[in-house]
Design a protein around this ligand. Structure first.
Ligand code: ADP
Ligand code: MG
Length: 472
């Protein structure tokens, strides 16, 4: 079978045999990886130069994409050299069914008529609404509450705010909200969910292939047009012209338009003034930077999601949750990504990582403060906090008022630096590494019951990591 597939030059009707691809993946990646990540991939369909596969969550998709996709593509190319990319669907069950029906039709069309409209084709590829990004799992806080409320409002009451323009930094939840709106409205309305880049691409392609009429019909037929990342729209006059007319036509017929961008309308570059002013004509809402509370709530909710997904076989303790909520502030995407990394680590090594391990796992995402944390600075800060001198901390004296601060400093050195136990011991007047272990264990034990100690340690951590007193 395999030879048969490989040695024929007649590629037109050659079909990919997914079972064969799977056996190759097993050989290439080994049983363990295959069983954990690749086995459950469902093959949906092949197109001229790409294949469509499905997995059950975004997390798995991202994991496969970042680690194995290139090699899977190589395997596929052995069977069909035209394949240049792999597309994913995240499958909730209905979704698959719906798509395979569509694909059935598509296949039939392909047989009868090779000239399937690229618009339909790309509609299948790009108009995907991800069932995992909905309103229920969108966690709100001070910074995104308005955007959330406005999005819900347009999902209940179309064309109330028109257009709705959401803006905010990278990874702050804009696409998630657009997707949630689409998800809510898709059963009763014709939805078009597209990035501005895609819009331009299709525009240019439809001019080239003389399908402008279809293009116009296609867009002007929608009830809800969701355009993501409008800041990337920088097309020629003709395209902006077309966009402007589409926009006006849709608003006129009472269709809802929702736009996302990384900046407010008046800051958009290379976009005609009249379009910008149109964008400002409805409701403009921004998503601001997250605060600690929102980050922590997002992490908590993702941990719950993951627990459900992995049938409770996941423990990411509260200390780690707090740590990443404090540390990963740049975007929610990175925040969620860090959690996924930690979960993968703990699954692969079958253990909950320590804070020191977490620092290593997330090294590239953590800010530079890591490099500034030295045992010396920890000692200084802890001494100041407990009002003892450094000489006292480093002395062999075992008075109670010295022992606890000393143990705390040792514990923090273990948690916040990547120094080994003997190294830490040496920095505390050549104490033995067993003393270090004893100190760490004592504090860990006390933390289970001693609330005051917990508060002190959090405060100290913040002082050490950020030179600040107020968070947590
Ligand atoms: P943007 O489009 O603004 O760059 P995304 O919508 O792609 O950001 O969000 C990045 C990731 O963070 C996605 O996985 C998304 O589901 C998640 N996310 C963002 N905001 C929230 C939130 N408030 N609650 C839960 N998950 C969120
Ligand atoms: Mg986005």
């Amino acid at each position: 079978m395999k030879n048969n597939l490989q040695n024929t030059n007649n590629v037109i009707n050659k079909k990919i045999d997914w079972n064969l691809v799977q056996s190759e993946m097993k050989i290439k990646f080994g049983n363990e990886i295959y069983e954990s990540w690749l086995k459950k991939i469902e093959f949906i369909d092949e197109f001229k130069n790409y294949v469509l596969i499905s997995v059950s969550t975004r997390f798995i998709r991202d994991w496969i994409t970042s680690r194995y996709l290139d090699q899977i593509l190589q395997i596929l190319k052995e069977y069909k050299k035209e394949i240049i990319r792999i597309e994913f669907v995240i499958n909730d069950n209905n979704f698959i069914k719906e798509n395979s029906e569509k694909n059935e039709n598509n296949k039939k069309n392909n047989l009868n008529n090779h000239n399937v409209s690229f618009i339909k084709d790309s509609f299948l590829q790009y108009n995907r609404i991800d069932p995992n990004k909905n309103f229920d799992n969108f966690v709100t806080g001070y910074s995104n509450k308005l955007a959330f409320e406005a999005s819900k409002k347009v999902s209940q009451d179309i064309a109330h705010y028109n257009p709705l323009y959401l803006y905010g930094g990278v990874g702050m939840g804009k696409t998630h909200l657009l997707n949630a709106i689409g998800l809510n409205l898709k059963d009763k309305n014709k939805i078009m969910f597209i990035s501005a880049e895609r819009f331009m691409y299709q525009f240019v392609k439809s001019i080239k292939s003389n399908e402008m009429v279809k293009f116009k019909d296609y867009f002007r037929n929608t009830d809800v047009l969701l355009i993501d990342d409008i800041q990337f729209m920088n097309g020629k006059e003709a395209m902006q012209e077309e966009f402007f007319h589409t926009f006006n036509a849709l608003i006129e017929k009472g269709s809802q338009i929702i736009i996302s961008a990384d900046r407010p309308p008046n800051k958009l570059l290379r976009i005609q003034d009249r379009i910008k002013s149109r964008f400002s004509g409805g409701l403009v809402v921004d998503i601001q930077n997250t605060d600690y509370e929102l980050r922590y709530n997002i992490i908590k909710s993702k941990v719950e999601e993951l627990k459900l997904f992995y049938s409770n076989q996941i423990t990411i303790n509260d200390e780690i949750q707090k740590f990443i909520s404090t540390e990963i502030r740049t975007s929610i995407r990175e925040l969620v990504g860090s959690l996924n990394r930690i979960v993968s680590f703990s699954r692969i090594y079958s253990k909950v990582p320590s804070l020191a391990e977490v620092r290593i796992i997330l090294k590239d995402l953590l800010n530079l403060s890591e490099n500034k944390v030295t045992i010396d600075s920890i000692q200084t800060i802890v001494c100041k906090f407990f009002k003892i001198s450094k000489n006292e901390m480093l002395s062999p004296r075992r008075s109670r008022y010295l022992v606890r601060p000393r143990q705390t400093a040792i514990y923090l050195a273990k948690m916040l630096t990547s120094k080994s136990l003997p190294e830490i011991g040496r920095s505390f007047s050549n104490r033995d590494h067993t003393t270090v272990i004893h100190s760490v264990k004592t504090i860990e034990q006390l933390r289970k019951t001693d609330n005051e100690l917990n508060v002190n340690i959090d405060t100290l951590k913040n002082k050490i990591l950020y030179n600040q007193d107020n968070e947590i």
